[in-house]
Design a protein around this ligand. Structure first.
Ligand code: AMP
Length: 363
């Protein structure tokens, strides 16, 4: 029997493309589903061109593939349930439902996985904001549909309530206490339905709510790093995880607080392509195929810089001046402002000396 599988990926952006590249190196065939014929994954795979929630297209993908996976969490879970065959989607659709809704997500993290999250309450209308203690600071987030800081309102005083009330009346929300963190970190963990493997802790620097720079290993104590990894493993085990998951967290002076999970490879894990012996995409493919997972070894300290639309020329010049920097371009044709066009990974243990593209220029 051939060990070559056909893997169907819902979503043909950069994450789908990098998953496909890993799968191809392992000898598999890939078909992606994406609304855009010229999407990043089209450089390396056949594309079924259709909207993500097109049930006929999902069925076609399911009929032609041994295993299905997705590159992002906003996939139509019901549509997928209607077409998948037994065992064809090892990640399952429950994980999608949890990560699509902050109310389910917080409940899962705090009650099932029993990891620490910021104190929160569910808000169904502005009435739920009437009695909040304004000596504390909060973040109000819509339960669904928010991304990169959209659908959020920080509440620091009564002046913020008008906007917060409007947000609370427009959609179900969660109100979280504001965490005075030292660093934002994330941990990538992969599972094969039985065992898990975990990556080093990543330190993430955002600008305008978009990831700008990832530093590995994160500059936190060994004990906090071990704690963060143990929390990611606990979450993965509670999910019987298949494939790769990213756990985003806050590191305070003496503790780790989980913010959210993304059930897929993550921008903050891209450094693993060069800096680890197996990347987050390799372990994703191994995991969804139920194959044994390797322990992850970080060869050297690394820094990843995102290349947004406005940074393309600067980044291309940078790598000609720094030949050991690894440039990845995703093959997107239009370099729009703030659109993720590529990334650069460098080996460096002086992360402060690695300056983000466009720092102090764009924003
Ligand atoms: P999120 O959409 O939950 O990833 O939030 C976007 C960004 O808002 C995070 O990367 C943090 O910088 C900030 N943020 C979110 N929740 C909190 C919180 N409870 N306390 C402090 N900052 C937060």
């Amino acid at each position: 029997m051939s060990s070559t599988k056909t893997i169907g990926i819902i979503g043909g952006g950069q994450l789908g493309q990098m998953m496909a590249i890993s799968a191809i190196y392992m000898g598999h065939k890939v078909i992606t589903l994406d609304p855009t014929a010229d999407c990043p994954s089209s450089r390396v795979s056949e594309v079924i061109v259709a909207p993500y929630d097109d049930v006929d297209a999902l069925r076609q993908l399911s009929d032609r593939c041994d295993v299905l996976t997705y590159e992002f969490e906003n996939v139509d879970a019901d549509g997928l349930d209607a077409v998948i065959k037994d065992g064809q989607l090892p990640q399952g659709t429950d994980l999608l439902r949890i990560s699509q809704n902050r109310i389910f997500e917080k409940d899962f993290l705090s009650n099932k996985a029993q990891v620490r999250v910021a104190p929160y309450k569910v808000v169904t209308s502005s009435l739920d904001l009437e009695d909040i203690d304004l000596s504390k600071k909060y973040v109000l987030k819509t339960a669904t549909g928010g991304y990169d800081g959209h659908g959020q309102k920080v509440i620091t005083s009564a002046d913020d309530l008008e906007e917060a009330n409007a947000l609370a009346n427009s959609a179900e929300c969660v109100l979280e206490e504001f965490v005075n963190f030292d660093l934002e970190i994330s941990v990538i963990v992969s599972g094969n339905g039985k065992d898990v493997t975990v990556f080093p802790v990543q330190e993430n620097i955002h600008r305008n709510n978009i990831l700008s720079k990832t530093i590995v290993p994160a500059r936190i104590s060994d004990s906090l790093a071990e704690k963060a990894k143990a929390m990611a493993v606990k979450i993965a085990e509670q999910l019987n995880l298949s494939g790769t998951l990213c756990v985003e967290m806050f590191a305070t002076a003496d503790d780790i607080i989980v913010n959210e999970i993304a059930p897929r490879p993550h921008n903050s894990g891209h450094y693993s392509i060069e800096a680890c012996d197996f990347s987050q995409f390799d372990t994703h493919i191994l995991g969804v195929l139920g194959a044994p997972l390797p322990a992850i070894h970080l060869h050297t300290s690394a820094v990843m810089l995102n290349v947004l639309g406005q940074h393309v020329e600067v980044a291309e010049r940078y790598v000609t001046e720094n030949p050991s920097a690894h440039l990845h371009m995703y093959g997107k044709l239009e370099a729009k402002h703030n659109r993720k066009m590529g990334h650069v990974t460098l080996f460096s243990d002086e992360p402060d000396n690695v300056v983000e593209f466009g720092k102090g220029i764009d924003f």
